[in-house]
Design a protein around this ligand. Structure first.
Ligand code: SAM
Ligand code: SF4
Length: 364
């Protein structure tokens, strides 16, 4: 069955029972389309705004004002919204994130319910890796397909400086556990910062290639809670590639990029564990934005739809859900939200303002 079989008709220009008005210019399409021809098929679900690390580019040392428990969606509510996304809206990929999604006790149950949906979505988690030693096997058994693990350095003292916690060994053990549990291909997400770890890109790539992980280096974005990001203080994709090329020979990956945020390169002389050329990715959200092919929709831990990491408004699905809204009404509200997605993130616009929520509360 396809979503078009299930398609919920939207009637242009009329109000539904929730008071959500379908804009007159929106075509009758069951999917999460927007005005610029994009279709969101990849859903990022934040499961919590809390974290057990305090990465300097993400959270202040003292943490943040955490979301009150009653505002966060319950496991059942998360699963219901994920089901609506998959069954009514054509979403094909679900990535759980946060905050730190492994802090969510019900993660295995949420993953199991997600993997049981029809059609089965590709299901993954972005994590700092702490706790994977204990849970990787259970998550794989629940139906998790893959993990992305964030790691910015291989040096213990730098790890402690960047994350404000001395836990590098636990992350490396967690990664090995994920690999043993078959949660691959494992991607490593790295943010480089000047004077902190910007000299470490070739070491990180050498290590990732030897371990069979795929390294992806992400440009730092203006999403820190302290609003301290400065354009002229970030390491650009060009600098990242120059640094990698001091030790490796890279060629653009000829494979279709589609909506993938990472620009991928093949690393000459290296093979992936399962065969085929090894790759490295650069996510140049700031200097080479990929908004034109974005296929994302986002759900915060308190049930708000965000059309973009940088959106300055949200659409409230939690009130609809808790107010007795039907699946069809929730699907309609989600479609209307995505129809309003902006063409780009606008970081370079003179009037750019950081969103009120920091990355950890949006779901990175
Ligand atoms: N706690 C999990 C983790 O660290 O993987 C999931 C949430 S974290 C917000 C998701 C990703 O966002 C991480 O890879 C992290 O490095 C990245 N991130 C956080 N703040 C960022 C920023 N200001 N710019 C770029 N990436 C950022
Ligand atoms: Fe936590 Fe991830 Fe933010 Fe680091 S990047 S503080 S691990 S949410």
């Amino acid at each position: 069955m396809t979503i078009l079989d299930l398609g919920v008709p939207t009637v242009p220009g009329t109000s539904d029972t929730t008071g959500t008005t379908t804009p007159a210019d929106r075509p009758d399409d069951a999917r999460l389309t927007d005005r610029y021809g994009r279709v969101a098929t990849d859903l990022r679900v934040s499961l919590t705004d809390r974290c057990n690390l305090r990465c300097t580019y993400c959270m202040p040392a003292e943490g943040l004002d955490w979301m009150p428990t009653e505002e966060a969606l319950t496991d059942d509510e998360v699963v219901r919204l994920v089901r609506v996304a998959v069954e009514h809206l054509g979403v094909q990929e679900i990535r759980f994130t946060g905050g730190e999604p492994l802090l969510r006790r019900g993660l295995e149950d949420i993953v199991a319910a997600t993997a049981a949906l029809d059609p089965r979505p590709d299901t993954s988690v972005t994590t700092n890796g702490l706790g994977l030693t204990k849970r990787a096997g259970r998550l794989a058994a629940a139906g998790l397909d893959r993990v992305n693990v964030s790691l910015d350095t291989l040096r213990p003292e730098r790890f402690a400086e960047i994350t404000r916690r001395d836990r590098l060994g636990d992350v490396l053990d967690g990664l090995a556990a994920a690999r043993d549990a078959g949660l691959g291909p494992i991607k490593i997400n790295t943010v480089l910062m000047p004077g902190l770890n910007d000299d470490e890109a070739p070491d990180l790539l050498g290590w990732a290639l030897a371990e069979g992980y795929e390294l992806r280096i992400i440009e730092q974005m203006p999403l820190d809670a302290g609003h301290s990001w400065q354009r002229d203080r970030m390491i650009t994709a060009e600098q990242i590639l120059d640094s990698l090329r001091t030790r490796f020979s890279l060629r653009p990956d000829p494979a279709e990029r589609g909506g993938a945020p990472a620009e991928r390169f093949l690393v000459d002389g290296w093979e992936r564990p399962g065969g085929g050329p090894a790759r490295v990715g650069v996510i140049a959200s700031v200097t080479r934005p990929f908004c034109g092919t974005c296929d994302r929709t986002r759900l915060t831990a308190d049930g708000q739809v965000r059309t973009c990491l940088f959106a300055r408004s949200e659409n409230d699905l939690r009130s609809l859900l808790r107010g007795g809204g039907t699946d069809d009404e929730i699907a309609t509200a989600w479609r209307v939200a995505m129809w309003g997605k902006k063409p780009g993130h606008g970081i370079d616009d003179p009037g750019f303002l950081q969103p009120d929520r920091p990355m950890s509360a949006i779901g990175g």
